[in-house]
Design a protein around this ligand. Structure first.
Ligand SMILES: [Zn+2]
Length: 110
């Protein structure tokens, strides 16, 4: 992989990490404040509030996981193993990394 491409992908990852972290923080702030609940929610449902907090929990978990995956990819760039499939050890295609820079497996091993 060219240094230029690696640099581009690294920038993408750093940017993505920042945005994901911002998103996560925003969600935490919203959850902690006693603001009105979103208007789009179904007020008729009894389990509505529980649904909201459990789906928020899942979204937050997904965001944290996302950050972990991005950080893992950044570590790989540092140690020089970035772009290699974790399962088959083959090079991950450039097109796949461009769309999904935090990919840890190739298109075949997904
Ligand atoms: Zn593979």
């Amino acid at each position: 992989m060219s240094q230029n491409l690696l640099k581009q992908l690294k920038e993408k990852l750093v940017q993505e990490e920042k945005e994901t972290a911002k998103h996560l923080k925003k969600m935490e702030n919203e959850q902690n404040s006693d603001n009105d609940l979103p208007e789009t929610a179904d007020i008729g449902s009894f389990s509505w509030q529980a649904d909201i907090s459990s789906s928020l929990y899942i979204i937050k978990q997904n965001l944290s996981k996302r950050i972990e995956v991005i950080q893992k990819a950044l570590v790989k760039i540092k140690v020089g193993t970035y772009g290699v499939c974790e399962r088959c050890q083959r090079q991950i295609k450039r097109a796949r990394l461009e769309v999904f820079p935090s990919a840890s497996t190739c298109g075949v091993c997904i």
